[in-house]
Design a protein around this ligand. Structure first.
Ligand SMILES: Cc1ncc(COP(=O)(O)O)c(C=O)c1O
Length: 480
């Protein structure tokens, strides 16, 4: 369709206006927590357009590269990341018309990969089980690609001075104004170290000689807390909080700026982030829990009133299937149900609590199939109106019925289900479960006539993993 000559002209050389919404985030006081003698304020970085504090550094690093001539029209922005930096870069570089290529370790969630792809980034998956110096290490792959691709610019957030500069020039001054030049402490986390170094430099300048404390909140397992406390670089462990904590000291992280440090474990971080949403209605990610828990500890230790600021570095949206999902929390051992000491402890979804997805005998096969797809399971218990489990239906039962004649999707479940159930009482043994699994079935746990729930191979594996001795759990790497 041709455009009418009266149509308003569109200026294509301008960046989309969304980029002007990066930064200038709100600051609110946390009023529903015990903050001892202090007042605690939260800078809502989750309200940046890409959902995190990293939008700021994406803009700053790309504009610095443009100014230095390292990035020119038609160029490709390359970074090793799967976290918020990738989202920020995909947003900013995409909006400015550059190609974006992100090197992503293979342990990262499909949701994150889908998000950067939806923003137009190209993705190169690489190994997450190798470290610095290995040719497949994500940062080494990104560096190599930037050398090979004409017009390629390797962002390198860990060593790029425009990263801390973004915080020195924007985040710090915004906090200073919003707090009316009255701040005693800021509590930060370290991923690349940009926030720490930028805010530390800014606050040392406006209130010199350690007038404003810079407090580190670090996940248990990261090496940074111990480094601040003792100057020693210890062996790292693993942690589940995302975006902060390190197994090395990043080039741009000026750890000498830190005046106090707290170590927060995953359980406390998750519980605190969940509490923040319930009490204050603020939807932050897992590291928000670490920062808030650290800030609360700092506040409660004080003997004089102080004005303390911390950050909500990213949105909770990305953690709905993890930290905000009770089943995931229980599976990972972060929340505990009272144990019964029998097989019912292995049931992840309990029927009585309304947690089991079921289907009725008179429902259609199409309904059964849709429920399986929607809840990402391959079988469903068939439960009658009185609440009795009378059968089980899985994908192969469906296929047998519909592969020749798809109209059989309209048949009732009762025609396709298996009614020979492998039921076990709650006091059965784990070895009894293995027998059921060997026959290719799932175990249905019944207490007399009462259906308690299903146990699958995955439930048993999760249970056994939780009971693995901590000392034999290998550390996992964090990717910022
Ligand atoms: C999710 C998340 N990403 C990044 C950061 C900041 O990391 P950086 O040290 O890279 O500035 C934080 C800091 O709290 C964070 O929580």
């Amino acid at each position: 369709m041709s455009q009418s000559s009266a149509a308003p002209a569109i200026a294509h050389n301008k960046s989309p206006e969304i980029l002007s919404l990066i930064g200038d985030t709100p600051l609110v006081e946390a009023t529903q927590f015990d903050t001892g003698p202090c007042r605690l304020f939260l800078k809502l970085e989750n309200q940046n357009p890409g959902g995190s504090i990293k939008d700021r550094i994406a803009l700053s690093m790309i504009e610095a590269a443009e100014a230095d001539g390292k990035l020119e029209a038609g160029g490709t922005v390359i970074e090793a990341t799967a976290g918020n930096t990738g989202l920020g870069l995909a947003l900013v570089a995409g909006a400015k018309g550059y190609r974006v290529l992100l090197v992503i370790p293979d342990k990262m969630s499909q949701e994150k990969i889908s998000h950067v792809r939806a923003l137009g980034a190209q993705v190169r998956i690489t190994r997450s089980d190798v470290t610095r110096g290995h040719p497949e290490y994500y940062q080494d792959v990104a560096f190599r690609l930037a050398e090979e691709i004409p017009g390629g610019f390797y962002v390198n957030q860990f060593g790029n001075p425009a990263n801390p500069l973004a915080h020195e020039r924007t985040t710090g001054p915004e906090i200073w104004e919003q707090m009316r030049h009255d701040v005693d402490a800021v509590v930060v986390g370290v991923g690349s170290g940009g926030t720490l170094t930028g805010l530390g430099r800014f606050f040392n300048r406006v209130k010199p000689r350690r007038g404003i404390e810079v407090v580190l909140a670090d996940p248990t397992g990261s090496v940074l807390y111990e480094y601040v406390k003792t100057g020693q670089l210890v062996e790292s462990g693993s942690w589940a909080v995302e975006g902060i904590g390190e197994d090395f000291i990043p080039e741009i992280a000026d750890m000498s700026l830190v005046t106090e440090a707290f170590e927060i474990d995953d359980k406390e971080s998750f519980a605190t982030a969940r509490e923040l949403l319930r009490k204050e209605g603020i939807f932050g990610g897992s590291s928000t829990g670490t920062l808030l828990a650290g800030a609360l500890r700092y506040c409660r230790e004080q003997t004089k009133p102080k004005r303390v600021v911390t950050l909500v570095p990213d949105t909770g949206n990305k953690y709905l299937s993890k930290m905000f999902n009770d089943f995931w929390m229980a599976e990972q051992g972060f929340i505990h149900r009272p144990p019964h000491g029998d097989l019912s402890d292995l049931i992840s979804h309990r029927y009585e609590a309304g947690e089991v997805i079921t289907v009725g005998p008179d429902d259609s096969l199409l309904t059964a199939f849709k429920r399986m797809r929607d809840s990402d399971v391959s079988q469903l218990p068939v439960v009658d109106k009185s609440g009795r489990a009378i059968g089980i239906i899985d994908e192969s039962d469906l296929l047998v019925k519909v592969h020749r004649e798809p109209s059989h999707f309209n048949d009732p479940v009762s025609k396709a289900m298996t009614d020979q159930l492998e039921t076990l009482p709650p006091d059965a043994k784990i070895t009894d479960l293995l027998g059921v699994f060997d026959r290719g079935r799932v175990a249905i746990v019944m207490d007399d006539n009462k259906f308690l729930g299903l146990i699958t191979r995955t439930d048993l594996l999760s249970y056994l993993r939780l009971h693995m001795p901590k000392s034999s759990t290998p550390p996992e790497r964090e990717f910022v």
